[in-house]
Design a protein around this ligand. Structure first.
Ligand code: ADP
Ligand code: MG
Length: 715
């Protein structure tokens, strides 16, 4: 890197507030601000994640499931129905003599009147397998007149992430106005020329103009695939900014002091008292923790371990070191049920050794809460287990030396830091003594992804299950085999076992722009299934849990199931995380083809936790897309979370949305780790050099790409 740019003193233009744009009144500005979009620069970087290719018409016969396309055809039939909610189906046909169904869940009378047989429609959307061939849910469409036939757009149309309260046309217009004010390369560019030349990538200015306004002669397949040099240029800068921000956090962390924890006497006593021996992997990871803990610098470690690999006991062993030094440890879990499970385990393991374990969750209130807070503040509570209630303001630790966080991806980085700030003195200045931190996740992440997601953490892996587990037997069955399963549940429960029946989203609800829609339909599907199964299985105690229940109601049902008072639990995917009911040995997942691999694996992890042979039945609606078929096959072939994660990465094409949820990485604007992982080593190299030689440039990159998102996250 021969020449490093120096940050210009002022970046006035990019910082211009959006109200400076014609047509952006205070109301619109407020909606944009709610998404972290405050300045012109924020709009420049509000990048299209997709394009609609309106430069050509695809014959209906040539449509492929999962591949967005523009089609044109005449309305052949219109049908209104009611399945879970009002539905409008419009069949169109074209010269390829094939039929495509357009399906709408929201529609007005005027719209219905528009769809007269014979009317010519031009639509755009992603076809999916439906009941009778392909269908598109909520396509964008318009009625076209005869003289418009064959008149097509000349370039790709960018599609921007939807923003509540700001229509797509308005958003497009504002982004256009912001782009009109894009400054010169000299003012905008932060990456060294030599680097760009070496990588053969355009300047930031050129790249932004290309992705927002693809020229008519642009490389269309490249843009659609997200591999155009302009996109790669932006992806590199975005990945760089994310990496720099994580590195910066790590450096800041390491500048703090921590109490060295070296006394392993209590850990040895616990290990002797356990009813089992640690697996090799558990022992190795515990050794890695010991090596971190004995330093006067805060540990920052992520323990990855597949579901059931035994992370809790490793956390308990680490906690004993804090206790042995007369200090405190805290263990935080994302749900009350999980936290309670940890509490029971830790009490069973630690109290016989004389360790005082306290419990702090949202439902601990009044006098009980005051007592716990007092015990925590005086140091009488040596290990404190709880939910995010642990991070609330009134909670003051006497001397927190170790913070343990379970199921990390459910918490953001910020929450993790909040628990750290509960450390001795509560200070965050450079001289502050902060707790060691250990985060645990059951979501295995391929190495490359872990590097991107957790650049601020060291990573340990428990890659072995305790002995004696029998792998879950998995089969995939077409939905028509459903009746056989009722019998199978009856048999399993007659043997004293328990079963889960998981209902997943049946219709495409993402497209309606209201995130609660999915939850509602899912809950409704679960309700219907619950009623059906209850009447088909009169001898069984059937329970129901879904996302629309209040947390307390959910907990109550889960507890009944855990206590064995419910035989069959009909549930939505809310049961995905961490719940341990070893007696449950059968799981049926409906519409399994709709779920990503990571989620299927998490769900399946709810069975196979005891010694009985467990099974998982993946029910699917034929026909399966190629991608869905491969996912189900992977699930049948392996129980290994890491193999599944690798396969997931391989399968995930651009546009598949698993990424964010799976890794807990704050949503990228453009980068897609499935597609762009190969860029990471290069990005890391550039990052190290920038941190060394041009820290202010690093600073500006982080502010440019992440500043807005952080404001959003903190809002
Ligand atoms: P996870 O890693 O999914 O959080 P848990 O910590 O809940 O797994 O452990 C799953 C079960 O395995 C628990 O019942 C735990 O007591 C048990 N377990 C943990 N380690 C071992 C071991 N080395 N041998 C036998 N059983 C173990
Ligand atoms: Mg766990």
């Amino acid at each position: 890197m021969p020449r490093v740019r120096h940050a210009p003193a002022l970046i006035a233009l990019g910082d211009t507030p959006l109200t400076a744009l014609t047509g952006c009144g205070p109301k619109v500005a407020e909606k944009l601000a709610a998404r972290g979009l405050l300045t012109l620069q924020d709009l420049w970087l509000q990048l299209p994640r997709q394009y609609e290719d309106r430069t050509k018409i695809v014959p209906i016969r040539a449509l492929q499931a999962g591949v967005a396309a523009q089609v044109e055809g005449r309305v052949e039939a219109v049908e209104r129905g009611f399945r879970y909610r009002p539905t409008l189906r419009v069949a169109i046909g074209d010269d390829s003599r094939a039929t495509l169904v357009l399906r709408f869940f929201h529609f007005r009378a005027a719209q219905v009147a528009q769809f007269r047989p014979g009317v010519r429609l031009r639509c755009y959307g992603t076809p999916r397998p439906g009941q009778n061939g392909l269908e598109i849910v909520h396509p964008s469409y318009r009625v076209i007149e005869d003289d418009e036939v064959g008149v097509l757009g000349s370039s790709l149309d960018p599609v921007y992430p939807a923003i509540e309260g700001v229509g797509p046309a308005m958003l497009r217009r504002l982004i256009g106005l912001a782009l009109d004010r894009l400054p010169s390369d000299e003012e905008l560019e932060l990456l060294p020329d030599a680097l760009l030349a070496r990588l053969g990538l355009p300047s930031l200015r050129d790249a932004l103009l290309t992705v927002h306004r693809p020229p008519a002669d642009a490389d269309v397949p490249g843009l659609l695939a997200g591999t155009h040099p302009a996109q790669r240029r932006l992806v590199i800068e975005e990945l760089l900014a994310h990496h720099l921000s994580l590195r910066r956090q790590r450096l800041a962390q390491q500048a703090h002091a921590a109490h060295a924890l070296v006394d392993t006497a209590l850990a040895e006593r616990l290990q002797c008292a356990l009813p089992f021996a640690l697996t090799g992997a558990q022992q190795r990871v515990f050794d890695e923790l010991l090596d971190d803990l004995r330093r006067p610098r805060p540990m920052l470690r992520l323990v990855q371990g597949d579901v059931g690999s035994g992370k809790t006991v490793v956390a308990a062993l680490a906690a004993t070191l804090a206790v042995a030094h007369g200090r405190q440890a805290a263990l935080m879990a994302p749900t009350e049920l999980l936290a309670e499970q940890h509490l029971n385990n830790l009490r069973a393991w630690l109290e016989p050794l004389g360790v005082r374990v306290a419990w702090l969750a949202g439902k601990v209130t009044g006098r009980a809460r005051a007592q716990v807070l007092d015990a925590v503040a005086r140091g009488e509570a040596q290990v404190v287990v709880g939910t995010h209630a642990l991070m609330q303001e009134g909670v003051v630790f006497h001397d927190l030396a170790l913070a343990l966080v379970d199921e990390q991806h459910r918490f953001g980085v910020h929450q993790r830091l909040a628990l750290r700030d509960k450390g001795a003195g509560g200070g965050v200045g450079p001289d502050a003594v902060v707790p060691h931190q250990l985060v645990m996740t059951a979501t295995p992440i391929p190495r490359t992804l872990a590097m991107a997601a957790y650049a601020d953490l060291d990573v340990s892996v428990i890659d072995e299950l305790p002995p004696g587990r029998t792998p879950v037997q998995t089969v995939a069955l077409g939905a028509e085999r459903r009746p056989e399963l009722v019998e199978r549940i009856r048999r399993a429960c007659a043997e004293g076992r328990q079963a889960y029946w998981v209902c997943t989203l049946i219709e495409e609800a993402e497209d309606d722009g209201k995130s609660t829609g999915g939850l509602r339909i899912e809950a409704q599907a679960a309700q219907t299934t619950y009623e059906q199964l209850s009447s088909q299985l009169p001898g069984l105690r059937v329970g129901l849990v879904h996302g629309r229940l209040k947390p307390a109601e959910k907990q109550a049902v889960m507890r009944e199931f855990k206590d064995g008072n419910i035989d069959l639990l009909v549930a939505t995917t809310v049961i995905e995380v961490g719940v341990d009911v070893p007696n449950a040995s059968l799981m049926i997942i409906e519409n399994a083809e709709r779920l990503g691999l990571a989620q299927l694996h998490q769900l399946r992890g709810r069975v196979g936790r005891g010694s009985a042979v467990s099974s998982c039945v993946l029910l699917y609606q034929p026909p399966l897309s190629q991608m869905a078929r491969e996912r189900l096959e992977t699930m049948r072939e392996t129980n290994d979370g890491f193999v599944i994660a690798e396969k997931d990465l391989e399968l995930r094409g651009p546009g598949e949305l698993l990424g964010t949820r799976q890794t807990g990485i704050a949503g990228f604007r453009l980068a897609d780790l499935g597609r762009d992982a190969e860029l990471l080593p290069q990005v890391h190299e550039i990052a190290e050099r920038l941190l060394e030689r041009a820290p202010q440039v690093a600073e500006r990159l982080v502010e440019r790409w992440i500043g807005g998102a952080m404001r959003y996250a903190q809002a």
